[in-house]
Design a protein around this ligand. Structure first.
Ligand code: ZN
Length: 187
């Protein structure tokens, strides 16, 4: 699944969680943490596999239900220690949705053998892989999964807009060093 579709899937999942549990909608810094969580598995694995060369595959360490869950819990623990419990929950939901997003295509096509990345390092990684974000961007084609991801992105963007673009102001503030610290979790 492409980054924009992961972000949209995470936003939809987080919205459902907040609506179901608290009858609230997403706000502030937790949405930034959510977005970061939706991208974190790829940021870790693609970087370490494609550009550093210390991982065998772009879906391994941080994509595994075994090791990835440990990484997710460690990041959540750090946020909790810093008093950003709500952001920790949002990040965990975003991270968990990434597992599902990357497994989705294999699940609907019943290609269960492609789900071995979820069991890394117990299951071996595929021996070949298309490496590099630019290569992937160049190879984009209108597959049903890609189009589904685009549709998901449109729905997610529409919902985010309807909610008043929560997290955008905080993200801009963080990027320009004017934001509040993670300790100032917006509940
Ligand atoms: Zn991924």
């Amino acid at each position: 699944m492409w980054p924009w579709a992961h972000a949209a899937l995470g936003y939809l999942a987080y919205t459902l969680y907040l609506r179901g549990r608290f009858s609230e909608r997403p706000v502030g810094l937790p949405v930034v943490a959510l977005g970061f969580g939706t991208q974190l598995p790829d940021l870790i694995d693609k970087t370490l596999a494609w550009y550093v060369g210390v991982l065998p595959y772009g879906r391994s360490l941080a994509h595994s239900l075994l090791t990835g869950t440990v990484i997710m819990l460690a990041v959540v623990a750090v946020l909790r220690l810093r008093g950003a419990e709500t952001s920790g929950t949002a990040l965990a939901i975003g991270y968990a949705s990434h597992f599902f997003g990357d497994a989705f295509g294999s699940l609907v096509s019943l290609s269960f053998g492609d789900l071995v990345f979820l069991a890394w390092p117990l299951a071996p990684s595929p021996s070949t892989e298309t490496v590099g974000i630019l290569t992937h961007l160049r190879d984009i084609e209108g597959s049903p999964l890609f189009l589904f991801g685009l549709g998901l992105t449109v729905v997610g963007l529409g919902l985010w807009y309807r909610h008043g673009l929560p997290g955008l102001r905080e993200l801009v503030g963080l990027l320009t060093s004017e934001g509040r610290s993670p300790e100032s979790d917006v509940e």
